[in-house]
Design a protein around this ligand. Structure first.
Ligand code: GDP
Ligand code: IMO
Ligand code: MG
Length: 431
């Protein structure tokens, strides 16, 4: 299982793509097209929002699980785009139980943010929150509903009813016309029909046969609606425990849980960020790391690696390994800094991630200095290829987290990866 250990965009797509080569199925289990997962293969760059990052292996079962919220317009566009690039989509399966993002969810997301004004969350405005809210209210429209006109109309009518007040200013919006919406969604249903499936049995079968199933998380631990920096979070559970729910398998099926973390920190959108840099160093990391959102293009806030938050991610997810990405980006920084604890308001010290919002919002990372390196490390393929300072940096992270670093990414391309012995155990035989 691959989960984000920070605030998203850690490089999950790249890791899933690599593991998928050896895997027998890849399953997305939560989130929606708020996600943007990048895969770089030489000159070719793929950005996936809904389709699992295993799709580049022809015929590989790639499942959009029941826990994902699906905007069918985005999904069909993504399918068309990949088809134009010659990608074989025969392995794609979408859970009939996945909830659909409807036009009113997009408008509600916008309206909700506008209403919050300065206190906005900075959502991706993709309708994610309102869709999950409808799911919990039992007013959601599922993919299976778009195969039947009568049911679809009834459900849309019921779902829109309690939203009339909030959507009043959009009353005449063409996207909210019941007839148009029904027609559009029936058409999407028609287009997606070949991919719709009862998806948990795909995972069960592969697991029963002892095959490798890769669960692909979206977002990250600190964006989790239960365990993240609420209310500055997404509306699903990106933590490992949610993969079982969102894919339909039991926890006993999971043997490895790897958390992906950059060698530093980033965050898109609002909310607390105890190691955030507001100076030239932040700008430098942003530039060197190309830290602009995959989905919205927004600049990502940058800061030093936060080991308090990462220790928390180890616990909340039960991580068995950590993958450090973008180590190459730190090249040339003379003194690297990492937070090992926080100073809260009134000078109180925190070794553990504070649960209280008023503490967290004012906490600052207590930073430890570590020596940097100047060598180009993008060609490193073994830990021993790295300069001593880079090895020490990784060793410090391991010691602080109590979890082994299983892979180290040293550039965007799929080849730019160090596989440790622990990772070799799941490495593609042919590689
Ligand atoms: P995800 O959402 O977790 O899949 O991550 P994103 O794709 O949103 O963001 C990660 C970005 O970093 C992408 O543009 C990747 O191509 C890039 N990337 C991944 N690993 C590395 C790395 O080791 N070094 C560098 N320089 N870029 C990387
Ligand atoms: P991947 O899978 C980074 C952030 C948004 C916002 C908050 C809530 O690519 O790592 P939402 O639209 O989900 O209601 O927005 O969550 N966010 C992400 N940040 N990576 C993501 O996905 C994100 N998905 C949502 O910026 O702060
Ligand atoms: Mg991303």
């Amino acid at each position: 299982m691959i989960v984000g250990a920070q605030w998203g965009d850690e490089g999950k797509g790249k890791v899933v793509d690599l593991l998928a080569e050896r895997g027998d199925a890849v399953i997305r289990f939560q989130g929606g097209n708020n996600a943007g997962h990048t895969i770089v293969r030489g000159d070719e760059v793929f950005k996936f929002h809904l389709i699992p990052s295993g799709i580049l292996y022809p015929g590989k079962p790639c499942v959009v699980g029941n826990g994902v919220v699906v905007d069918p317009r985005v999904l069909t566009d993504e399918i068309d785009g990949l088809r134009r690039r010659g990608v074989d989509l025969s392995g794609l399966r979408i859970s009939a139980n996945a909830h659909l993002i409807m036009p009113y969810h997009l408008l509600l997301d916008q309206a909700g943010e506008a209403k919050l004004g300065k206190r906005e969350i900075g959502t991706t405005k993709r309708g994610i929150g309102p869709c999950y809210a409808d799911k919990a209210s039992r007013l959601g429209i599922r993919l299976q509903d778009v195969l039947d006109e009568k049911i679809l109309k009834q459900k849309i009518t019921a779902a829109m009813e309690p939203k009339r007040q909030t959507l009043r200013e959009y009353e005449k919006h063409p996207a909210l016309d019941l007839h148009t919406m029904t027609e559009d969604y029936l058409a999407f249903g028609h287009r997606l029909e070949t991919y719709i499936a009862d998806t948990p049995p795909i995972a069960w079968k592969a697991l029963e046969e002892g095959k490798l199933v890769v669960f692909e998380g979206a977002q990250g631990t600190l964006l989790d609606i239960d365990h993240g920096t609420y209310p500055f979070v997404t509306s699903s559970n990106p933590v490992a425990g949610s993969a079982c729910v969102g894919a339909g398998v039991g926890p006993s099926s999971i043997d490895e849980v790897w958390g992906i973390s950059k060698a530093y920190c980033t965050r898109v959108g609002a909310g607390p960020f105890p190691t955030e840099l507001h100076d030239d160093m932040g700008a430098r990391i942003q530039k060197a790391g190309g830290e602009f959102g995959t989905t919205t293009g927004r600049p990502r806030r940058c800061g030093w690696l936060d080991l308090v938050a990462l220790r928390y991610a180890v616990k909340v997810n039960g991580l068995t390994g950590i993958v450090i990405t973008k180590l190459d980006v730190l090249r040339g920084v003379e003194t690297l800094r990492v937070a090992t604890r926080y100073t809260g308001p009134d000078g109180a010290l925190f070794d553990d991630f504070p649960y209280h919002q008023s503490v967290l919002h004012r906490a600052r990372g207590d930073l430890v200095d570590l020596p940097g390196w100047t060598d180009d490390i993008t060609g490193a393929r073994r830990i021993d290829d790295l300069p001593e300072a880079a090895r020490d940096y990784l060793a410090f992270v391991e010691e602080q987290l109590g979890v082994p670093v299983v892979m180290v990414s040293v550039g965007p391309d799929r080849d730019q990866m160090i596989w440790t012995e622990a990772a070799e155990r799941v490495r593609p035989a042919a590689a």
